[in-house]
Design a protein around this ligand. Structure first.
Ligand SMILES: Nc1ncnc2c1ncn2[C@@H]1O[C@H](COP(=O)(O)OP(=O)(O)O)[C@@H](O)[C@H]1O
Ligand SMILES: [Mg+2]
Length: 243
């Protein structure tokens, strides 16, 4: 498959199972949304996909090739990018230099940079003097400058004003429409589901629910139930939707 596919993917941390036998598909051309309460294991899952920490079981395939044993650098060369949770910018470099150091080449840097008119205006400003929203745009631009075919995005909205989140969210829709595979981990459930294709909810390291994003968006009470209890109510129509 073109994109990312996990089968029975498990990750331990300090000897404890944190991610348990996750099956997940993140196809090219789609935004796959991953929701779930704090501590569910979302960040751990993404870190193991990108190779920051090892998986303890199962397989991860990128565009049909097994990547379990590939180094982080190799995975990035194969087209995988990871916007890490709470990732900081290089404060003493200018805005554009931040993108340039990560870029495949200068053209890729210019292209990624031009995604954000707000940054273009501040091209030669030291990154440390950017606002929180601008810094998050810069972190995203840096990942895009690597020209990824699959991107993992970990809680880009953390600490940002809702108005900025609304500004950023459509970018993932557009990149997916242009052919990228996007895995979007989010706490702003409604905004993420509005631009998403398929949605998963992770609970205590397991996929508690998988459903089309638009179906889940229409069932916020069911989503609450999965967050609070780890499963859907017995009468939820989403039970049938979950593959
Ligand atoms: N570096 C670590 N070492 C040991 N346990 C960790 C580490 N990071 C996270 N955990 C534990 O793993 C679980 C999942 O955390 P995390 O993946 O950050 O969840 P989420 O991103 O869904 O909030 C939590 O119980 C957390 O305490
Ligand atoms: Mg997290």
């Amino acid at each position: 498959m073109e994109g990312l596919e996990l089968s029975g993917f498990s990750v331990d941390r300090a000897g404890f199972p944190i991610v348990r036998k996750v099956d997940l598909v993140v196809p090219r051309g789609q935004v796959t949304v991953m929701l779930g309460p704090n501590g569910a294991g979302k960040t751990t899952l993404l870190e193991a996909i990108s190779g920051l920490i090892p998986a303890s079981g199962g397989t991860a395939e990128l565009d049909g090739a097994k990547i379990n044993r590939a180094s982080r650098v190799k995975r990035s060369r194969l087209g995988l990018a990871h916007v890490e949770q709470g990732r900081a910018v290089f404060g003493e470099l200018t805005t554009f230099e931040n993108v340039l150091v990560a870029a495949k080449d200068r053209d890729a840097a210019e292209e990624a940079f031009s995604t954000f008119p707000e940054l273009v205006q501040r091209r030669d400003t030291l990154a440390r003097s950017l606002s929180g929203g601008e810094q998050q745009m810069l972190v995203i631009a840096r990942a895009l400058a690597m020209k990824p075919s699959t991107i993992l995005v970990d809680e880009m909205s953390l600490g940002l004003a809702p108005v900025i989140v609304r500004r950023l969210m459509p970018i993932w829709r557009r990149l997916a429409d242009e052919g990228m595979a996007v895995l979007l981990v989010e706490q702003f459930a409604a905004l993420a589901l509005a631009i998403g294709d398929e949605a998963y909810v992770l609970s205590r390291g397991e996929v508690a629910l998988r459903a089309p994003a638009k179906d889940l968006a229409a069932r916020t009470e069911d989503l609450r139930s999965v967050y609070l209890h780890g499963h859907l109510p017995a009468d939820s129509p989403l039970r049938g939707a979950s593959a």
